[in-house]
Write a protein that binds this ligand. Structure first.
Ligand SMILES: *Cc1c(COP(=O)(O)O)cnc(C)c1O
Length: 400
């Protein structure tokens, strides 16, 4: 009798009791809006921003309504507007091209490598086509940040990092989000901290942060921010910067603050799960494990592997057979977007020429979440199931 996995791939950990207590406190006093504070009170949102700036080492931090909103705000703060082009990943999630489209700009897609990172040769070729790169560290895979910054500095490109999957990760010891001009993060339920919805934007640039704060809907209460530049930065931009409301509120900030303190322990937990699955998959015929560079400090909240050169029928069979045994795999190669796995050619509002080298890799990418509610034994079992089913279909494929 073959084993069946019983866990849920979408079940995250509960909100820590400390966060629940702080949230109740906010509800009891009723001052949920971030700028609604008692005399001498620093609201939960302003405190959260200070703590997020400390965590990442950034000078300034802004908490906002979502990761997608943080990216759109970053683009607006850099003056990206209708008709502009923005370099971005062909392999990413829909909120990335969505943020570009939301300001009327058009993505110029850069390909993906077998390491699941941005193809830097392709970036070099396309560098002349835009002034901004919205770089998505998709599924936590960080490309060679030294080379990205070399290419973008040489071409005068401003880099915005999408760190939705790299909060807590680093490249050569520098936190993800701290290489480019702006770093954006998500606090949505499936990311590394959970307030249902939420996001962050960090930068060391006073003008960018002053614009971002006003864009986010500050009603000129910028002096209530703690992780922001002084009033002179706001004076320079306040009459030219529109209000596009997308603030974080004190209730969600209260839930997030204890989670930021727990992040290092959570990272350790995710990585133990990641390495368990990785070890269990290594050496499976037909399956390519993604080798992680030693410069990268990872957060293994999800894992990917490749079924390179497999036919669509056989990949679909692997998904079906693993699914029947309780292991929910996602496939970026599916012709139709399913859940979060859409492809660049699914985004008809942002059309692109065909990218055959990228298509070959997208067709091979299999993805799986690793929530902290899984035990290490769960992870070992999941790997055994995938190994067995990939192995069985691999043999069928050889015989067909
Ligand atoms: C989740 C996600 C975002 C943004 O998330 P929101 O749902 O808008 O908070 C951005 N980029 C990637 C790659 C993501 O997975």
């Amino acid at each position: 009798m073959s084993e069946i996995f019983k866990g849920s791939f979408t079940q995250q950990e509960p909100i820590p009791e400390e966060g629940i207590a702080a949230a109740l406190e906010v509800m009891r006093h009723g001052r949920l809006h971030r700028y609604n504070v008692a005399p001498d009170e620093t609201g939960e949102t302003a405190l959260l921003e200070q703590e997020f700036a400390d965590l990442t080492g950034a000078r300034y931090a802004l908490a906002v309504a979502s990761g997608g909103y943080a990216m759109a705000t970053a683009l607006r703060a850099l003056g990206v507007g209708p008709g502009d082009r923005v370099l971005s990943n062909a392999f990413t999630l829909a909120p990335v091209p969505g943020a570009i489209a939301s300001v009327g700009a058009k993505p110029v897609y850069v390909g993906v490598t077998e390491a699941l990172t941005l193809d830097l040769d392709d970036l070099e070729q396309k560098a002349g086509q835009a002034d901004v790169l919205l770089l998505s560290h998709m599924r936590g895979h960080i490309c060679d940040m030294d080379r990205v910054m070399e290419i973008s500095d040489a071409s005068g490109i401003a880099v915005i990092e999408d760190c939705a999957h790299t909060m807590g990760a680093a490249w050569r010891g520098v936190p993800s989000g701290r290489h480019g001009l702006i770093g954006c993060y998500s606090a949505q339920t499936y990311k590394h901290v959970n307030s249902g919805e939420g996001g962050f934007l960090i930068t060391d640039d006073a003008d960018v942060m002053a614009r971002a704060v006003i864009l986010s809907g500050s009603y000129m209460h910028y002096e209530r921010h703690k992780a922001a530049p002084g009033p002179e930065a706001f004076e320079r931009v306040k009459y030219d910067t529109p209000n596009v409301s997308g603030r974080m509120d004190n209730l969600r900030a209260a839930i997030l603050r204890p989670q930021l303190r727990m992040l290092p322990a959570r990272v350790t937990g995710w990585n133990a799960r990641y390495r368990t699955v990785e070890a269990g998959l290594r050496g499976t015929p037909g399956l390519t494990v993604i080798e992680r560079p030693e410069e990268e400090s990872i957060v293994g909240s999800s894992i990917q592997f490749l079924l390179l050169g497999w036919s669509e029928t056989h990949v679909a069979r692997v998904l079906e057979r693993c699914g029947a045994r309780g292991v929910e795999l996602k496939w970026f190669g599916a012709a139709e977007p399913v859940g979060f796995t859409s492809r660049y050619d699914s985004w008809h509002y942002a059309p692109a020429p065909p990218m055959p080298a990228t298509d070959r890799i997208l067709r091979a990418i299999i993805d799986m979440r690793l929530p902290l509610t899984f035990s290490l034994e769960d992870c070992a079992q999941i790997a055994r199931i995938i190994r067995a089913e990939v192995g069985a279909v691999w043999q069928e494929q050889a015989a067909d």
